[in-house]
Design a protein around this ligand. Structure first.
Ligand code: IMP
Ligand code: MG
Length: 175
């Protein structure tokens, strides 16, 4: 375990089980549909790769990149950095996100995508911290609800570090 990790919240094995369960539900719900997974960069890249490989239905894959208000001088401003080039009218879109926290990022993303009139639009978040919500957003698929702790690994970063960890860990706070 990394010296910067206080404790492991979800082991690699637990993550595997959660992803299998989500993939089974998504595969069942999207059978016969034209599924497009849209991953939110950067955090969703690991989860999306695992989820897509565990699906038993075909899907297409796109990514959206959104600026992080967390690192901005002017909080509240979110903007799309890399937009989609394909029209969404024909697709059943499933947004894939690493974690649902305040809900601001996903609420903004959903508005942006809804304006492109996909056939359907749903949300899949690997982790959810419901106690942190400031904007009313619920995910249709949630891997695991977690308490209010800052977690890293499995795509999630702290200052761009720890995305590579194969488990979800609680970051040790600096003394
Ligand atoms: P929201 O807009 O507040 O819901 O924040 C969502 C984004 O904040 C996620 O996509 C993550 O990039 C980041 N985030 C929120 N909580 C954590 C955490 O515990 N660890 C790492 N990143 C987080
Ligand atoms: Mg992030």
């Amino acid at each position: 375990m990394s010296e910067h990790i206080e404790r492991v919240l979800l082991s690699e094995e637990e993550i595997g089980g959660i992803v299998s369960g989500l993939a089974a539900r998504v595969s069942r719900d999207y059978a016969g549909k034209k599924l497009l997974l849209i991953g939110i960069l950067k955090g969703a890249y690991v989860f999306l790769a695992d989820l897509a490989r565990a699906l038993t239905v075909p899907c297409e894959i796109e990514f959206l990149r959104v600026s992080s208000y967390r690192n901005q001088a002017r909080p509240g401003a979110l903007e799309i950095l890399t937009d989609l080039s394909l029209p969404l009218e024909d697709y059943d879109v499933l947004v894939v996100e690493d974690i649902l926290d305040s809900g601001r990022t996903l609420s903004y993303m959903l508005g942006h995508l809804r304006a492109k009139h996909p056939r359907s639009l749903a949300l899949c978040a690997f982790l959810d911290k419901p106690s942190r919500r400031t904007v009313p957003v619920e995910a249709d698929y949630v891997g695991r609800e977690i308490p209010d702790a800052f977690v890293v690994g499995y795509g999630l970063d702290y200052a761009q570090r720890y995305r590579w960890l194969p488990y979800i860990g609680v970051l040790k706070l600096e003394e």
